[in-house]
Design a protein around this ligand. Structure first.
Ligand code: CA
Length: 217
């Protein structure tokens, strides 16, 4: 009974975390846009999964993208994260008929491990060294929330996101290989507050302790 009660307490702690937006979105493999002028061999420009985590305690976003091939296979590859902070426009509605992809700022990530935020003052427009990490099929960026002030949304967890890789060997929309998600944005997942994370670990520790005691008896 005590184990049941403890498990229920742990579940109760987990539920609020799980009930928010999905931790990551999946995107189909091989779904290159018909308008993409690049090669279908550029599997590093085909998104398979994307996630955004937001830590309110440190005011930090972590953007992660997993591609079908090793990032950097396409030397002219570029990863564009669009974020809607409240006044995002449907920038691809006219050109591609995609009314659901909305953004008022982009974050550009390159396979060489650099990143930038066009439009910001020069001292803020380049992400610090180490902020962009490429590892196999994954490219991750850590971005301070101070670089992304709201344009309307009350909370940074209300911001919505989309990822579209480009092959910069081509111009305009012909450079875009994929959108993730296809024609909509998704929200960030909150990183647990330190207090709730400690409670959660404490709860799991109790369960482990109880199980050990059960198996010893
Ligand atoms: Ca894809």
């Amino acid at each position: 009974m005590r184990l049941l009660a403890t498990s229920a307490a742990v579940l109760a702690l987990l539920t609020p975390l799980a009930s928010h937006a999905l931790a990551s979105i999946d995107d189909a493999k091989g779904d290159f846009l018909g308008t993409f002028a690049g090669s279908s061999a550029s599997t590093d420009l085909d998104v398979l999964a994307a996630s955004v985590f937001y830590n309110a305690g440190t005011d930090t976003f972590t953007l992660t993208a997993t591609m079908d091939g090793n990032v950097g296979t396409t030397k002219s590859g570029l990863y564009v994260w669009g974020v809607n902070r409240g006044q995002g426009a449907a920038g691809f509605e006219k050109s591609l008929g995609l009314a659901g992809v909305r953004f008022d700022q982009v974050i550009l990530l390159r396979p060489n491990g650099t990143g930038s935020l066009p439009g910001l003052p020069a001292d803020k427009a380049t992400l610090p060294v180490g902020a962009v990490v490429v590892s196999g099929k994954t490219i991750t960026a850590t971005v301070s929330g101070s670089l992304l002030p709201s344009t309307g949304f009350a909370n940074k967890l209300d911001y919505t996101w989309n990822l579209w890789p480009r092959d910069t060997a081509f111009a305009g929309v012909a450079a875009i290989s994929d959108f993730a998600p296809n024609n909509t944005n998704f929200t960030a997942t909150p990183v647990p507050e330190p207090a709730s994370a400690a409670l959660l670990l404490g709860g799991l520790g109790l369960v482990a302790m109880y199980r050990r005691r059960q198996s010893n008896s």
